[in-house]
Ligand binder design. Structure first.
Ligand code: SF4
Length: 394
């Protein structure tokens, strides 16, 4: 049995090449997995053609003992970026029922989870219509924040978890998690710039539970290339959005995806990407060069960039990002922040690895019993892409 969205796309070719494959399950049929196993155990076969496929979100995404969890809130994508296979293999956007999301958050909190990442190919376009009413992504985030407050027996907006008053318990991005236990931090992935609304910026600014870190994919700094990619925004729009977000959300950290060597990309276009990287100063980037995906429009675009040039351009983008990341880290030295302690450090059993709400990795001396809890640290040094720190009281 082969499972997954790519498996579904290549179903016939795979079955032809490997006749031993009995079942190929797409993401819309994953609920059949258990039924198939039951039938095999009973010595019979399962007829997949009986299924009218519809996407079903799993109820739980928790790994036993883990204190971080990823909670899908939507599936599929309607954007059709010209290089991306997702809309073809995962289908159109489907949003998860808000009550199911809250129920999963409750279960995760009860299981000791402290940090949750809400997942979707484009979370900003979350849209639920049902008997409960109509909810977009900012409304879902407000619902989640209010729900977590209510669960702790506090009224909405009573500021008992810090709120806008500041102070240790209310530091933006920390949610005062250290003092209240339970889910202290919520992140979300991935944000498409064209759908990041003013209301979403307001929610993040007003609700301390949401981490002050947003992964906002830019892909290119050239309007011409963005057009060819069908990204539906321009570099000026992106720069304006960043200015708006940074003035509304102090301390906001941004990361991104950058794709170089797209068909038709010129030296000048690459310079525009390097220029926007210098202007925005992303904390980190996922950088890659164009690799055609069969079945996407980009495969047919003219002006293929030779591999050697793609690799050379990628090297320039990586070198610049390294420079920017290091300079941003140096600016942070001496500041204090809250971290969620994740694991033992790889280098020393007496040191723990944690992460700030801004998604910065931090190593500090502590006992392994601290794993899964929050700590306040002072950032005192840099080792590669990780901060060294010492624990402080305030
Ligand atoms: S790159 Fe992201 S937004 Fe674009 S089609 Fe793929 S999943 Fe959707």
């Amino acid at each position: 049995m082969v499972v997954g969205c790519m498996a579904e796309q290549y179903r016939d070719a795979m079955k032809k090449r490997v006749p031993e494959i009995d079942y190929v399950l797409g993401t819309f049929q994953k609920q059949s997995f258990g039924l198939i196993l039951d039938q095999i155990q009973a010595g019979t076969t399962y007829d997949l053609s009986d299924e009218s496929p519809s996407y079903v979100f799993s109820k739980s995404h928790h790994e036993a003992g883990a204190f971080r969890a990823f909670v899908p809130i939507m599936h599929g994508c309607n954007n059709f970026c010209s290089y991306c296979i997702v809309p073809y293999v995962r289908g159109r956007e489907i949003s998860r029922r808000p009550a199911d999301i809250l129920a999963e958050l409750d279960a995760l909190e009860d299981a000791g989870v402290r940090e949750v990442t809400l997942l979707g190919q484009n979370v900003n376009s979350y849209s639920w219509k049902g008997p409960e009413g109509q909810l977009d992504f900012p409304a879902l985030l407000r619902l989640v924040a209010a729900h977590l407050r209510e669960k702790r027996g506090m009224g909405i907006g009573d500021g008992a978890d810090g709120g806008a008053d500041g102070g240790a318990a209310g530091t933006p991005g920390t949610g005062g998690a250290g003092s209240r236990g339970g889910i202290g931090w919520i992140r979300f992935l991935t944000s498409h710039p064209k759908d990041l609304s003013d209301e979403l910026i307001r929610v993040i600014a007003e609700e301390p539970v949401f981490c002050r870190h947003i992964h906002l994919c830019i892909q290119s700094g050239s309007d011409r290339v963005l057009g060819l990619m069908n990204r539906k925004y321009t570099r000026d729009y992106f720069l304006g959005l960043v200015t708006k977000m940074r003035s509304a959300i102090p301390g906001l950290s941004l990361s991104t995806d950058i794709l170089v060597g797209f068909p038709g990309e010129t030296e000048e276009n690459l310079e525009e990407t390097l220029d926007i990287m210098r202007k925005v100063r992303f904390a980190y980037s996922f950088m890659y060069y164009f690799n055609p995906r069969e079945g996407t429009p980009a495969v047919k675009l003219e002006g293929k960039v030779p591999d050697k040039i793609k690799k050379a351009r990628l090297a320039r983008v990586i070198a610049l990002q390294k420079e920017i990341s290091t300079s941003l880290m140096e600016e942070r030295l001496g500041s204090r922040d809250e971290i969620l302690v994740e694991n033992r450090s790889r280098r020393s059993s007496k040191e723990m690895l944690g992460r700030t709400a801004r998604d910065e990795m931090v190593v500090f001396a502590a006992d392994p019993s601290r794993i899964g809890g929050f700590a306040r640290v002072k950032l005192s040094g840099i080792s590669g892409n990780t901060f060294r720190a010492e624990e402080v009281d305030e």
